[in-house]
Design a protein around this ligand. Structure first.
Ligand code: ADP
Length: 708
């Protein structure tokens, strides 16, 4: 392969200061290995070259030894074996030719420590010695990197200067050391070799990042590194220094770059070496992520425990709620198995204590009924509820327990069926009520039928009565009419009799003897009695027919009383009774029918005189201001009336002593007419009597007629 000396497409900016610093270091160094390492590190750090190797030919053996590498795997280093005698090897050819060679690894066939395309730049000491080594630098293009070219020149001088001093053994040892470095660097965990004081002997690059600060590092970085060293020494003093065996403990360090905490597991063990004495090997395993993961797991576990506790509480609450419901509640899973039920449900679906075969069979039957009921809501797609009736049996009593069930699906947030909740409601009472209601309805219908029958019967009787009433009214009207007519017919001849008797008594037809006068007087008195009787009958028939006219005037009642007493003067005189009128205070004028009031008072006083053999008859006139009435009371000390007869005396034609041998005259119509008249005038007649002691009849009349 022909080397290309064309300049790079884009000439990189040359870091002159960096070159100067490196050159100073290399020139002052007496260690070929350290110089070469510094050189490759610098090259990788300052260019786009990722891998670089310095290989030097041993002066005595002609072996090509790797003295420094960067970015090369430890396997590649271990496998590298080349001698100057391998003249056919492309790298030896490049060395011998003394010119940079570009190897496009896609075309190459030989074994090399670099895995991509690379340049092999010979380290040409001088014209006499020729090239004593190679700088292998990875490449992205055939163009040579100017920094690589510069470095190869300065390295060549260094090789020439130091190689003459180096011995084969030293170089070999150096290669072995480098191999060891590569190996421990290949390990991703920080590895440290310290003395018993904790002073660092060897550290791999991962450990260096934690425990060594580069020269140009920041203040914070340096502080972090010194803190890490302190922590590490302290950890060692309490673990590895005491135990000779493998010690294991946790160590918290600071990431110098990020400033974040890093948690390591520190494995340290003591070892003894003839040359080095006692030293401590420590491996740090980064467990930050592990600790974080552990924390996260613990946190999730805690959350889970809390959630579990909440679920437990929730379930407990739920159980309390459903136990407080009197209706049986059953929760089943999607397979139809019961997962929860309240106490009333347990009575139906769990075997009672000390069960007999029958009870067990009943519980099984109830369970089967329930399963088939719940399956309705499990199998019917699109319906989340199902309502229906179940015929259960009380396992203990064997009583039929008809219930109405309502089963509902409980879905998860994702819409999956998780439970079916079934609530059963006892229908025994409802059915009993329905039965009673039916009975009641029947009884009510029967009653209605009987009422209808009775009503019809009543209506019939009412009709009969109505007809009888009409017939009676007609008969009564006829009777009244007849009586009125008859009375009138009687009065005309009677008046003629009275008139002629009167004329005869007054000698119109000549003088009458004493015997004749006596007979004429009897005719006169009997005729008058008959006239009074006929007048009474006429009054009653008039009142009944509603043809008794009233003439209202204002008059003084005491005058009326005096007038009545004057009219009855002859009878009073004959009677030997003391008749007293008591008129209390000033009385208002009465507005009423004067002749009717007089007729009543006359009748009451006549009766008192008639039914009193001895003693007193008192007429008392008084006013009831509050009731606006005037009362005329007639009290006698006569025969009195028995309590059972008090109502009878006001009936038509009623006389308490109706025997032919009775001692009193009269028609039995007087009181009956009085009561009728008093009612017509808006008043009343009341009776108070004691047999053998006397009676009081009291007429009460309103001062002014009341509207009826
Ligand atoms: P009569 O024309 O018979 O008096 P009344 O209707 O006036 O008819 O009286 C009916 C009956 O009431 C009388 O027959 C008498 O038996 C009884 N009676 C009426 N007033 C008195 C009285 N002051 N004392 C006792 N009995 C009386």
């Amino acid at each position: 392969m022909q080397p290309s000396f064309a300049p790079a497409a884009q000439t990189p900016v040359v870091d002159l200061e960096g070159r100067l610093l490196l050159a100073e270091f290399l020139l002052s160094s007496t260690d070929l290995q350290a110089s070469a390492r510094r050189a490759v590190d610098w090259l990788v750090a300052h260019t786009d070259i990722e891998q670089a190797v310095v290989a030097v030919a041993d002066l005595l053996s002609g072996q090509i030894l790797l003295v420094a590498e960067h970015g090369v795997t430890s396997n590649a280093i271990a496998d590298f074996a080349l001698s100057r005698e391998d003249e056919g090897h492309p790298l030896i050819q490049a060395l011998t030719r003394g010119e940079p060679t570009y190897f496009d690894r896609a075309k190459g066939t030989f074994h090399s420590p670099l895995h991509g395309p690379f340049h092999a730049i010979p380290l040409k000491v001088d014209e006499d010695q020729g090239s004593q080594g190679l700088l292998l630098a990875s490449a992205h293009a055939p163009q040579l990197h100017p920094e690589a070219v510069w470095l190869s020149r300065i390295l060549a001088r260094q090789v020439g200067r130091l190689l003459s001093r180096a011995t084969l053994a030293e170089t070999r040892f150096g290669q072995e050391r480098m191999l060891l470095y590569s190996i421990i660097n290949a390990v991703t965990d920080p590895i440290l070799l310290t003395d018993t004081e904790g002073k660092l002997i060897i550290a791999n690059t991962h450990a260096e990042k934690l425990f060594a600060a580069p020269e140009d590092s920041s203040e914070g970085w340096r502080r972090a590194v010194s803190l890490n060293n302190m922590l590490f020494s302290a950890a060692l003093s309490t673990s590895a220094m005491v135990h000779t065996e493998l010690a294991r403990r946790e160590l918290l360090l600071v990431d110098p770059l990020e400033g974040s905490d890093l948690l390591f597991e520190l494995l340290s063990s003591r070892a003894r070496d003839e040359r080095q004495g006692t030293y401590v090997v420590s491996i740090l395993r980064n467990v930050t992520d592990l600790a974080r993961a552990k924390e996260e797991i613990e946190e999730s576990y805690r959350t889970l425990r809390v959630a579990q506790a909440e679920v437990r509480d929730e379930r407990h609450r739920l159980e309390l709620i459903i136990d407080s419901v009197a209706d049986p509640i059953i929760v089943t899973d999607p397979e139809g198995d019961i997962v929860l039920m309240n106490e009333p449900a347990e009575r139906m679906f769990t075997v009672p204590p000390n069960p007999d075969d029958v009870a067990q069979r009943r519980v099984r039957a109830n369970g089967a009924y329930l399963t088939s009921f719940v399956s309705n809501v499990l199998t019917r797609s699109g319906e989340s509820r199902y309502r229906g009736e179940l015929q259960l049996i009380d396992p203990v009593s064997g009583r039929a327990a008809p219930v109405e069930g309502l089963a509902g699906q409980i879905l998860s947030e994702q819409g999956e069926l998780i439970w079916v909740v079934t609530i059963l409601h006892d229908l025994t009472e409802a059915l009993e009520k329905a039965r009673l209601y039916e009975q009641l309805k029947e009884a009510s219908a029967e009653l209605e039928r009987k009422v209808q029958e009775a009503t019809a019967e009543l209506a019939e009787q009412n009709e009969l009565l109505r007809r009888q009433h009409i017939a009676l009214e007609q008969a009564s009207a006829l009777k009244s009419q007849f009586l009125a007519n008859m009375s009138h017919e009687f009065r005309t001849p009677l008046n003629a009799i009275l008139g002629y008797t009167h004329m005869l008594l007054h000698g119109v037809s000549g003088a009458v003897s004493d015997n004749q006068r006596k007979s004429l007087s009897r005719i006169d008195s009997n005729s008058r009695h008959l006239l009074a009787l006929i007048n009474d009958i006429l009054d009653i028939t008039r009142i009944e027919a509603g043809r008794m006219p009233l003439t209202l005037t204002r008059f003084a009642i005491p005058d009326l009383v005096n007038e009545v007493m004057a009219e009855l003067e002859p009878i009073i005189k004959r009677s030997n009774l003391e008749v007293v009128a008591k008129i209390s205070g000033k009385l208002p004028l009465l507005r009423s029918d004067r002749s009717k009031v007089k007729q009543i008072v006359l009748n009451l006083l006549s009766n008192a005189l008639k039914f009193t053999a001895s003693g007193t008859v008192t007429i008392k006139v008084s006013q009831n201001v509050a009731a606006q009435t005037i009362a005329v009371g007639v009290t006698d000390t006569g025969v009195g009336i028995a309590p059972e007869d008090e109502g009878k005396v006001f009936e038509d034609f009623r006389q308490l002593d109706s025997s032919p041998a009775r001692g009193y005259g009269g028609t039995g119509l007087g009181l009956s007419i009085c009561r009728r008249l008093s009612h017509m005038l808006g008043g009343t007649i009341e009776l108070n009597s004691d047999v053998g002691k006397g009676s009081t009849f009291t007429l009460s009349l309103p001062v002014k007629p009341r509207r009826r």
